[in-house]
Ligand binder design. Sequence first.
Ligand code: NDP
Length: 404
Amino acid sequence: MNTILIIGAGGVSRVATTKCAMNSDIFENIVLASRTKSKCDEIASDIKRMYKIDIKTARVDADNVDELVALINDVKPKVVLNLALPYQDLTIMDACIKTKVDYIDTANYEHPDCAKFEYKLQWARDDEFKKAKIMGLLGSGFDPGVTNVFCAYAQQYLFDEINEVDILDCNAGDHGYPFATNFNPEINLREVSSKGRYWENGKWIETEPMEIKMVWNYPEIGPKDSYLLYHEELESLVKNIKGLKRIRFFMTFGQSYLTHMRCLENVGMLGIKPVNHKGMDIIPIEFLKTLLPDPASLGPRTKGKTNIGCFITGLKDGKKKRVYIYNVCDHEEAYKETLAQAVSYTTGVPAMIGAKMVMSKTWHKEGVFNMEEFDAKPFMDELNIQGLPWKILELDPNENFEIV
Ligand code: NDP
């Protein structure tokens, strides 16, 4: 039987688990396990009510390799889909090596004590994955994930050579709170308060946090302030997209979000080291997570759309060519289908598609891989079928598209 074991029971997992249930021809048996079993039970009960599919649930501490191995041996899945936090990537990968089961995740490893993410430790497991004759698919969310596949599709089907990529992530959703994050607050705030970085002419260039701002005109949304961040897909795309001269990543933020974030940072609330408060050690960013709205609670109140895509310039038949490949996702539509807002939806749907590619062996090689290392076409086809349709705008390569 084709069993999938999904680990983690947050917003992204809710979407991926629901979409697996909606693809029960391929995912014949679904087991959802997390640290807090009641959250798995809640997702399972919503899926049963909405889609009449049974999901089994279990409790697991994914920081503990032995517990993971015992669970995997009990469940006997064909693939493990890791939708816990980036801190658990290595333990779950190690449990997959021990049990010889394929592995998929959506975010690259980060140590809880150091706000720095990189693929080094996950790529270092390539040999062990090869020896175990299993596959690891890294970063099968939207960004990373679909953005890597958009670049691969451009490289494989649209261009002879790609020279510049700007990955654009616009969330024009409004949840009505003065400040809240759309996915795990700790991971989100660590990411956006870090220094920016982009790659140009063979070198990484570092910027201060939010130093570079541009206003991009997003199709179906309009102009939005967008800030240059370092984002994990840049690390693998620099290796895998040939002819690249520059790659950058921009994300939109509203003024209210930025003002709150700066204020929280200035008073030390984004700190990741323990501080002693009345005899108790507290990690400020963990305490802040407790205070902020749970991203899962934003679902029913978020209105508006996201637009995430790749603005790509290169050469085709000796001529300069430029395209914007993108998806627009509506928060309210996402909620109707999965009881989660579009940020969870745009991550959870590709997580399911990645698992489907591996489970069906449409994508299957031994070792550890990033998304752009496979034929992009079957994944692009699935995006259209599974709720994230994409469009390609052919643009004038001589026109300047950034407003500022
Ligand atoms: P949430 O915080 O909502 O959910 C995380 C889940 O993981 C929770 O259920 C949590 O359990 C569980 N978990 C945490 N630690 C452990 C552990 N030690 N053992 C077992 N379970 C654990 O996060 P999201 O759903 O928002 O995000 C999930 C992942 O998706 C993250 O890695 C995030 O970085 C990634 N992501 C990727 C994106 C992309 O486009 N590639 C975009 C957005 C997110 P508990 O409920 O007990 O806390």
